[in-house]
Ligand binder design. Structure first.
Ligand code: PMP
Length: 332
């Protein structure tokens, strides 16, 4: 057993997450499927990395000064990461979100000390959209920066500099494929770029949910969305700055039902309680593993903890309203 070295700063707890061999997915794929346990970050998601790199980048550029404010439009994990990093470094955080978001998320962000600004839900083309509102608040607030996770490439740099080298080291340089879904695209683009720098033969695959436009873009060169998904944090309709130049070799499209089936199996068979984007990633990893064949090694991202979705994915009434299957142990 190797022991993790003690940390001198709470910020050093971000990243260096464990990597676990996933038994059921490996058996189904006929090869090794590994899951990067991003729920082990202090904010319980992969977005702590982006939050830390965005803040450090703004400090290095001199735009974020001591006592300053970080503003972002986000409904979830990035806001949680920014609030925690902000607390650790003495910055205020202002999080703008649509008022349609779950009570859980609002309560969590408030509990962490972020200032919440709620705006009516609106299309991206509407200036009142939460992302545009957050940019305006940042512009109007003295000493504030706009984190801008979608188009700020400090986000993908986090994965070039941390996620990819960690995977390479943890798998001792023997990795044949990597796949995950895209929200901002920071994880897939940055981890893909970082892994290709170690070995350009590693296959990088995008795993897209329905309702997103990237599957069609990488498969047919057309940004076109089909269907829908209830997965939070993933499902992109445009090529963000983080996605520009992403080394995507192949792509899969995964339904919510397929993703949920892996969420169910990973919890009931392996004791991992995860969100839906993790299940969708694992479904994609199994497809990639089958393509790459026996003996291959595939890694994916277990993006966040399922504890964040008790009122949705783990709530029979909610699942029924979405027409999705209820986990057997929750069905009355
Ligand atoms: N899963 C979850 C639960 C997320 O919150 C996010 C971030 N939006 C992602 C996956 C995707 O990560 P990225 O923004 O790096 O594409």
């Amino acid at each position: 057993m190797t022991v993790t070295m003690p940390k001198r700063s709470s910020l050093d707890l971000i990243g260096n997450t464990p990597l676990a061999l996933l038994k059921g997915p490996s058996e189904t794929a006929g090869c090794e499927i590994w899951g990067k346990c991003e729920f082990a970050n202090p904010g319980a998601s992969v977005k702590d990395r982006a939050a830390l790199w965005i803040v450090r980048d703004a400090e290095a550029k001199g735009t974020l000064k001591p006592g300053g404010t970080i503003v972002e439009g986000t409904a979830g994990n990035t806001g949680i990461g920014l609030a925690l990093v902000g607390n650790a470094l003495g910055y205020k955080t202002v999080i703008v979100m649509p008022e349609t978001q779950s009570r859980e998320k609002m309560d969590t962000l408030r509990a962490l000390g972020a200032e919440l600004v709620l705006v009516p839900a609106a299309p991206f083309s509407n200036p009142g959209h939460f992302v545009h509102t957050s940019r305006r608040i940042a512009e109007e607030t003295e000493g504030a920066i706009w984190a801008n996770q979608f188009d700020n490439i400090a986000n993908r740099k986090a994965h070039i500099e941390s996620t990819a080298p960690e995977l390479w080291e943890q798998l001792e340089g023997r990795i044949d494929g990597f796949t995950c879904a895209a929200g901002t695209g920071g994880t897939i683009a940055g981890t893909g770029m970082g892994l290709k720098a170690f070995d350009e033969n590693i296959t990088i695959a995008l795993t897209d949910p329905y309702g997103a436009a990237l599957y069609n873009y990488y498969a047919h060169g057309e940004l076109k969305a089909e269907g829908s998904s209830v997965a939070e944090g993933i499902g992109q309709g445009r090529i963000t700055a983080n996605l520009e130049g992403a080394p995507i070799d192949t792509q899969f499209r995964i339904s919510d039902e397929e993703g949920l089936e892996w969420v169910r199996r990973l919890l009931s068979e392996e004791g991992l309680c995860l969100g839906l984007s993790s299940g969708i990633n694992v479904a994609g990893a199994v497809m990639l593993g089958k393509q790459l064949g026996p003996g291959s090694r595939v890694a994916t991202i277990l993006c966040d903890t399922g504890f964040r979705y008790l009122s949705s994915l783990y709530n029979p009434a909610w699942l029924e309203t979405k027409g999705l299957p209820v986990f057997p142990w929750l069905a009355s």
